[in-house]
Design a protein around this ligand. Structure first.
Ligand SMILES: [Zn+2]
Length: 955
């Protein structure tokens, strides 16, 4: 599954350990959520009557071939929200005798359907369980559900589709709904004739088995390969498609289904999707196993996309590219999401996790490959350079004590859905990237080839992965000092990540002292967790950053170690963690930080661009954490005035955003703004508002960062140009602005509180039928500073008649939160007041957690802490596992920020005076000699906005 987690922007999406998760259910024995394992399925024969014209329920029946593993009188499977009409249980040895006795269907979240039999089932003998039932269409897009869209000239059209991961196959048909219970699925769908496009995982079969039913058209599909229940999918629609069948790049029929009239937006998906499948097949040396690949774009979808084997379903904005409307960042995300789902055909579908405790085995690899294998097809996108930004971003999530480890026992549906979080995705992807480098890329690849070959069609625990990687390592000439399982056990079973503290043992010495500790945003908390940390190092005397294999390891067993570095005494500076392939931060001795600042300001290209990004990100986060004087961080950041690459700038932009939050409202805020304008001025002049033919792919992102800084912090020229562009667009809406700068320009036009601008853009939203364009507008509209319009906008979330789709409603709140400190406060009060209503109206998987995570990076004061207490007391009883975790992360981050303020502000001043920033760090002297004088008069600057939505890929 691809989650549209806004992690690039936002804070933690985590779940807390079970022990503190839910006071009300603390005594529940979670093991009771697992199927007892007394029998297993081999074949499901499912018939569904899916009529989009009927809104409430559907008829279904399923025949399950099962084999008991012991003698038993009971069959326990899953079924959710269905009316069971009849059950028949027969044995192969006596198919005439129905041994069904009675059943019970749980009303709690175990969703157990317990079927007892009149005579015991005999171990190893095959039985058939036939169940006829009435299912409910899901009202939250998890299960089988109805969706609608507007068809020009026709009106509202309907369709039926499904999202069954992780625990919603049981809502479609009774089944053993855990990923390890793999079986063959035979599907028949009966649909009204006016819905001619009906798809499932497999192609239609020619040897028809099922009877026709009057009033329905019958679609019988071939048997699937052995697979998990969560990978089943359905589509009943009037969709149309484009196909590779006339001119295949890839040798498997590959189709992209979407609303009629949108087929011209499918060509990128069709072309890239095929090339990417070829790249993945070549890499894994393992052929895609299904006879077809459908990609379908549906208007409403809970996740970004879902890897159903043979029928991958996407949210429209995650698949369709419209030239001139789709932003560079959305297009990149589409490539990334297609690659993510393609990757799951191997990591997830061929080899599945034994339980959702190991969700990272699916999502970590999908996250890694969505970058790595997109890079194989489109190297000009620089995905593996951009990976460092994802790693740095997830550090923010992973720096709280309450964060869950990668391997995280989960049992209830709420816990299971909570495990699809930034740890399972971005952190696991980052740890996997580290593994690729410490094993070396070819050993890593060979290990994965072995892993897939040995475990296909099976469900595994991480040990199977380690065994395969170890085999590849043992067969290679590369070696590491610990067994892979020993190394990975700590990285996967402990939350968080280390910071290395590195010192020269003496100025002229040839050795370094290195110690490690867990990096926590709130330093009042502590942990004894330690890791096996692979390190490599560059000396100034030989600035070669290319070899990323480990030169040494920092073991968990000692508080500190000394490592001999021949030639160290001749080096002016040294850098640990080449290209930031290791998942950790590095703190140096002061002399080295000074030397790094010096070389960056003198000749930054001496240092690899990914390490430039690392140094900036580490320096500001270490300073925030009280481990490094801000003097050094600012001294380093001064070099950005000469930096032209996007990656270090993106690191700086997010690393400095914390200061923007905590300095807001203080005297130092003006200095900070001026400093940012100063740093970005050369790029503002060179990048401007206009895309150039010489731009590289990431320049669109870079331009956005620079324009955001300039328009937000009051570069008069930037603000005026934005106003002009918006006015031109208002006068002539058919003349579109470059989509990449739209959010910045629109936001700029809304910050002043102009009602006409808001109404114009809101009407543009109402008139738009393109999900990409809608997304730009939703992200911008929260920037309004007009109180009445802002209330109107926030109320879209809880207004049942709102035109904003359920899947997009959280964007409304997040857009307001990220717009400005003032808007954030309004949004906070709104969410506290209306959370119960919001929760039922934003889709459940990422909606509320995205909102809470947006707050996690913006709430900093004791006043916020009080409000969060109010929030928690009021809504405690309805919070999900993921929401509880979001609150825990917010609280840790607020505590850390209060400690930061205590350290950096004079307490005698009402608004706080950032003492060490102003007097110790001396931002002002960093500014140079007033080269920058382009700011608007202060009274006109209503622009304390923090919104940077457009510069960050929509996730
Ligand atoms: Zn996924």
């Amino acid at each position: 599954m691809y989650l549209l987690l806004l992690v690039s922007l936002l804070g933690s999406v985590i779940s807390v350990p079970l022990s503190i998760e839910d006071g009300a259910t603390k005594n529940v024995n979670y093991e009771h959520y697992l199927l007892p394992g007394e029998s297993y399925p081999t074949l499901y024969d499912v018939r569904l009557f899916l009529d989009p014209n009927v809104s409430e329920s559907f008829n279904g029946d399923v025949s399950i071939r099962i084999i008991p593993v012991m003698n038993t009188n009971e069959i326990v499977i899953h079924a959710m929200e269905m009316q069971i009409n009849s059950i028949i249980v027969t044995s192969d040895s006596n198919p005439q005798q129905n041994i069904f006795q009675n059943f019970s269907l749980a009303t709690d979240d175990t969703h157990f359907l317990k079927i007892s039999t009149s005579t015991p089932l005999i171990a190893a003998q095959p039985y058939t369980v036939q169940i006829s039932y009435i299912g409910q269409y899901a009202d939250n897009m998890f299960g089988i559900y109805l969706s609608t869209y507007e068809e020009p000239g026709v009106g509202t059209e309907r369709l039926i589709t499904s999202q069954l991961q992780p625990t919603f196959a049981r809502r479609a048909f009774p089944c053993y709904d855990e990923p390890s219970y793999k079986a063959v699925f035979r599907t028949t769908i009966y649909a009204p004739p006016e819905y001619p496009v009906v798809r499932s995982n497999m192609p239609e079969r020619t040897d028809l088995l099922k009877p026709d039913v009057e009033g329905f058209r019958k679609f019988e599909f071939q048997d699937t390969l052995v697979m998990s229940s969560y990978l089943v999918a359905y589509l009943v629609s009037k969709f149309e498609y484009v196909t590779n069948e006339q001119s295949p790049i890839y040798n498997i029929p590959f189709r992209v289904y979407s609303r009629p009239g949108t087929q011209n937006t499918s060509s990128f998906a069709l072309d890239f999707g095929q090339r990417n499948m070829i790249a993945l097949e070549n890499y894994t040396e393992f052929a895609y196993a299904f006879p077809k690949m459908d990609k379908a774009a549906v208007p409403d979808f809970a996740a970004g996309a879902m890897e159903n084997w043979g029928l991958v379903i996407y949210r429209e904005i995650a698949l369709l590219v419209q030239d001139g409307i789709t932003t560079t960042s959305t297009k990149q995300n589409i490539g990334r999401i297609i690659c993510h789902e393609n990757t799951h055909m191997w990591f997830g579908n061929e080899v599945s996790p034994l339980t959702w405790t190991y969700t990272w085995l699916n999502e970590g690899f999908a996250n890694f490959f969505e970058n790595f294998a997109t890079d194989l097809v489109l190297p000009e996108w620089r995905m593996m350079d951009q990976f460092v930004l994802l790693l740095q971003n997830v550090f923010q999530n992973d720096a709280v004590l309450s964060v869950n480890p990668m391997t995280h026992p989960v049992y209830t549906p709420s816990q299971i859905i909570g495990t699809f979080n930034a740890v399972a995705y971005q952190k696991s992807g980052s740890v996997i990237r580290m593994m690729q480098h410490f094993l070396t890329p070819e050993v890593f690849r060979k290990g994965l080839v072995i892993y897939l070959r040995n475990n296909s069609r099976r469900a595994v625990a991480p040990q199977e992965l380690y065994t395969a990687l170890q085999q590849a390592l043992d067969e290679s000439s590369h070696s590491i000092p610990y067994p892979i399982s020993v190394i990975l056990d700590r990285w996967t079973n402990q939350g968080g990540f280390p910071v290395l503290n590195v010192r020269r043992s003496a100025p002229s010495a040839e050795s370094l002292f290195i110690s490690q500790e867990r990096f926590l945003t709130n330093r009042e908390l502590s942990s004894t967790d330690r890791w096996h940390v692979p390190i490599n190092l560059v000396l100034s005397t030989n600035a070669d950053f290319s070899d990323t294999s480990p030169q040494a390891w920092v073991p968990p067993s000692y508080p500190a170690i000394a490592i001999d570095i021949p030639g160290l005494s001749n080096a002016e500076w040294y850098i640990i963690n080449k290209q930031q392939t290791g998942y950790y931060r590095v703190n140096y001795d002061e002399e080295n930080w000074q030397a790094l600042a010096k070389v960056l300001n003198a000749s930054h290209q001496t240092i690899h661009l990914l390490n430039r990004a690392q140094i900036v990100d580490d320096a500001f986060n270490l300073a925030r954490n009280g481990r490094l004087n801000y003097v050094h961080a600012f001294e380093i950041s001064r070099y950005l005035v000469a930096e032209t690459d996007y990656i270090p700038w993106a690191s700086a932009n997010s690393a400095l955003s914390y200061l923007e939050v905590v300095l807001s409202g203080s005297e130092a805020y003006d200095l900070f703004q001026t400093y940012m304008l100063e740093l970005s001025n050369p790029l503002y002049e060179s990048l401007g508002f206009e895309a150039q033919s010489t731009d590289e792919h990431v320049t669109a992102y870079h331009r956005n960062i620079i324009l955001n800084i300039n328009c937000r912090f009051g570069n008069e020229n930037c603000v005026n140009r934005s106003q002009e562009l918006l006015e031109e667009f208002r006068n002539n809406p058919s003349q579109r602005l470059d989509p990449d700068i739209q959010t910045t320009v629109f936001c700029s036009g809304l910050r002043g509180g102009d009602v006409d601008n808001f109404n114009f853009l809101w009407n543009q939203y109402l008139a738009s039928t393109d999900s990409s364009e809608q997304s730009i507008l939703l992200n911008a509209l929260g920037c309004t500073s007009n109180a009445e319009r802002r209330d109107f906008y926030l109320n879209q979330v809880i207004d049942d008649d709102s035109p904003v789709r359920e899947q997009d409603k959280h964007t409304v709140v997040v857009s307001v939160i990220n717009a400005s400190p003032e808007n954030m406060e309004v949004a906070l009060d709104f969410v506290i007041e209306h959370f119960a209503e919001i929760q039922t109206r934003v889709q459940g998987l990422t909606g509320t957690t995205n909102i809470l995570n947006a707050f996690a990076r913006r709430l900093t004061t004791s006043g916020h802490s009080t409000k969060i207490d109010t929030f928690y007391n009021r809504h405690q009883s309805i919070l999900s596992a993921g929401e509880q975790a979001g609150i825990a992360a917010i609280r840790e981050n607020i505590q850390a920020s209060i400690a930061w303020s205590d350290q950096h502000y004079d307490t005698g001043h009402t608004f706080g005076r950032p003492r060490s920033i102003v007097t110790d760090v001396k931002i002002r002297p960093c500014l140079g000699k007033g080269r920058y004088s382009n700011r608007a008069p202060k009274a006109d600057r209503l622009d304390k906005g923090l919104s940077d939505n457009s510069s960050v890929p929509f996730r």
